[in-house]
Ligand binder design. Structure first.
Ligand SMILES: NC(=O)c1ccc[n+]([C@@H]2O[C@H](COP(=O)([O-])OP(=O)(O)OC[C@H]3O[C@@H](n4cnc5c(N)ncnc54)[C@H](OP(=O)(O)O)[C@@H]3O)[C@@H](O)[C@H]2O)c1
Length: 335
């Protein structure tokens, strides 16, 4: 073990705890430019050494590639019982985001949930998933179709321990009814200094119903780390060419620059500030920065040792919220 004092938080209504710094693995799938499996494997091993126990993946991250990398590392180290692996069932119609009013029977039929769960189990080389999530969600799906019955069967069979949803980008309130229903154990939501919208309704409701919150995209796809520059070029096959296209990168970098006034002994760097922002809300169970490099894992894990941001800092950061949608419609943009 490395010298990291990782803190752990309770998952949902269980007695189980997971590391408050989790590990996001989308970029290991190959849509973020070339994927270096050796570096990604080293990063995963470093995560385990730092006490990270929560790993977030999805079948769609490289058609099982990210799942396979995690499965390889965990099997080799014989650490299956010490980690919590979350994956996701992709929408059968391959549409991101989910369209409001769409028919869940075409998107998450029972047979698809089972088939994708079995596929993920194979990729992850395990008999059970700690958390299975629907990769998209539309509120009209509650009470529609047979997805819930299939999830319950998978739970009874021991193939899935907990179940949750990943909420459409920037639409936290679309999960409120489902959270209040008691049918799910977790929600995964975009939560960062720019998109603070979950604070208003989603976080308090999750706290009330003991539904775990998995804070995704804490660095706004990298901008909140301060590592991006206005004139930089993204490599081939990096979907962020779209996300930060046109004048977006320049505008984003200018906004990130202004956050430097918040750096102090409690949060000395921008990545520290961005992660600590998420963790300063007790409703958040784990924050999942996407990481492919050992150095990034080490610096993210260290944030767990730092104290929460003060209420004054959180108050002042509210003025830096910036709601916009840079995400492509994956289907229409052919990404
Ligand atoms: N719909 C969904 O369910 C959904 C959508 C998006 C994301 N997610 C999940 O959320 C996770 C996190 O989101 P994300 O990966 O999209 O974006 P993110 O966490 O906001 O940003 C990732 C970027 O930050 C960089 N980084 C990480 N740690 C750093 C550090 N300490 N210093 C400087 N740079 C650092 C990474 O670099 P390197 O890659 O070079 O290490 C990468 O470029 C994903 O990996 C995935 O598991 C889920």
């Amino acid at each position: 073990m490395l010298n990291c004092s990782m803190q752990y938080r309770k998952f949902s209504k269980s007695n189980l705890t997971v590391s408050e710094i989790g590990f996001g693995t989308w970029s290991m799938g190959g849509m973020w430019g070339a994927c270096d499996d050796a570096a990604a494997t080293e990063a995963l091993n470093t995560g385990l050494d730092c006490g990270i126990t929560f790993f977030d993946t999805a079948y769609v991250y490289g058609d099982g590639h990210s799942e396979t990398l995690i499965g390889n590392v965990v099997r080799k180290r014989k650490m299956r019982d010490q980690v919590f692996i979350a994956t996701k069932v992709p929408p059968k119609n391959e549409q991101w985001p989910a369209k409001m009013g769409s028919d869940v029977r075409e998107i998450f039929p029972a047979s698809w949930i089972r088939e994708m769960t079995e596929t993920s189990l194979k990729n992850l080389q395990t008999d059970f998933l700690d958390l299975q999530q629907l990769h998209v969600w539309a509120p009209n799906w509650q009470g529609q179709g047979d997805w819930l019955e299939e999830v319950q069967k998978l739970k009874q069979e021991g193939k899935v321990r907990y179940f949750g949803i990943s909420i459409n980008d920037h639409q936290p309130d679309t999960a409120l009814e489902l959270v209040a229903s008691g049918l799910i154990d977790s929600v995964q939501v975009i939560f960062n200094i720019f998109d603070q919208s979950p604070v208003e309704n989603l976080l308090p409701l999750c706290e009330k119903h003991k539904v775990s919150v998995i804070a995704r995209v804490p660095f706004d796809e990298g901008s909140l780390t301060g590592a991006l520059t206005p004139t930089m070029q993204f490599p081939k096959r990096d979907w962020r060419k779209h996300y930060f296209s046109g004048s977006r990168l320049e505008e984003t970098c200018a906004r990130v620059e202004k956050l430097k006034e918040f750096l102090d002994a409690d949060a000395p760097t921008l990545p520290d500030l961005a992660l600590k922002f998420c963790l300063s809300f007790p409703a958040v169970t784990t924050v999942i920065p996407g990481m492919r490099k050992k150095t990034h894992v080490l610096s993210c894990a260290k944030v767990s040792e730092m104290k929460a941001l003060s209420s004054k800092t959180l108050f002042d950061l509210k003025t830096h919220a910036w709601l916009r949608s840079f995400y492509p419609s994956w289907e229409e943009d052919g990404l």
